[in-house]
Design a protein around this ligand. Sequence first.
Ligand SMILES: NC(=O)C1=CN([C@@H]2O[C@H](COP(=O)(O)OP(=O)(O)OC[C@H]3O[C@@H](n4cnc5c(N)ncnc54)[C@H](O)[C@@H]3O)[C@@H](O)[C@H]2O)C=CC1
Ligand SMILES: NCC(=O)COP(=O)(O)O
Length: 354
Amino acid sequence: MLVDTLSSDSALPVVVTTGEPAGIGPELMLMLAAQGILPAGTVAIGDPDMLRQRAAALGLSVTVIECSPGEYPSGTHGLPVWPVALNEPATPGVLNPANADYVLATLALAVDACQKGQAAAMVTAPLHKGVIIEGGHPAFTGHTEWLRDACGVDEVVMMLATDTALHAASPSWQGSGDLRVALVTTHLPLRNVADAITFERVTRISRLLAADLQRQFGIAKPRIAVCGLNPHAGEDGHLGREELDVIIPALDALRAEGMDILGPLPADTLFTPRHLAGVDAVLAMYHDQGLAVLKYAGFGQAANITLGLPLVRTSVDHGTALDLAGKGVADPGSLNVAIALARRLAARRLSAEI
Ligand SMILES: NC(=O)C1=CN([C@@H]2O[C@H](COP(=O)(O)OP(=O)(O)OC[C@H]3O[C@@H](n4cnc5c(N)ncnc54)[C@H](O)[C@@H]3O)[C@@H](O)[C@H]2O)C=CC1
Ligand SMILES: NCC(=O)COP(=O)(O)O
């Protein structure tokens, strides 16, 4: 289970940014609302007219209820929305850089609401990084780094996790257990990854991961298994020196601090049941090393959690799926998991006062 099963008893809503307006985010939110499975106390952030048009086009019976930011109507049926106006009309599947600022404004509203105590947590539907960059934000690399800066913290960690407790009831679930995968590097070109694997970075990310597994997930002494960077974890230096020069010294330093760390292990066999037994999280060196396995294990049934933030943020395990947008065929499973997880993490923070 991702966290212990606390029900959210916060009176505050969980806010969900509906993401790239040309992508599947808006319709996933509408699908959950139409299916009647959105928990009470969930508020969408986005353009209400766009959401109404998207619902009508897909034949989804959802009443979009526009509320002032910070307000939440109790006891109503429908989808409460805190409005942010699109800059230009959006067409499913067609990116428009003119709406980049709209997407960022939805994020800013969600952060503001969490910081002001108007929301218990934020969940993000997918945005399109490329169109945000083209829309005038050349340094943009993703929600994770944007939230780090918006919250004024030095470092955050991207972790994706499957949750058997949430999807055990799903007939499509084929997985055998929970898997949590955190990343040392996130959105970097592959050719830059090796240089970014430094002693400081490995130790900083590992400490943050362990601290948030304790704080947010209630794991008293987390066991973390760490991937090598190179094939066969470098084969004693014959297939790359990053393990010998950087990763092993970093892990030795962490062990000396009392952390329960395994590795570095060859990444191809680390993700097998024997090596994963008793492990609370895997730390992968780069994006596709860890996330390909996570998505094989539970795509559509997993969530992304940003560790190290002063607020709760979860997200989906997928992107904008422009190829599916506007067709009503995308799977809302991960958004459902992300909302449920945000509620549980928020409830845990509330009860533990963390
Ligand atoms: N949380 C976020 O905001 C994320 C944003 N992205 C962004 O999304 C954009 C597209 O990225 P891609 O790598 O193409 O990944 P993608 O996840 O959008 O699409 C990859 C494949 O998965 C399918 N897919 C995705 N979500 C699905 C769903 N809910 N149901 C059924 N099929 C689904 C798509 O149709 C496509 O075939 C990029 O700009 C990327 O940076 C990617 C991942 C997370
Ligand atoms: N592959 C995960 C991903 O791209 C999530 O990015 P972010 O926008 O949540 O930082």
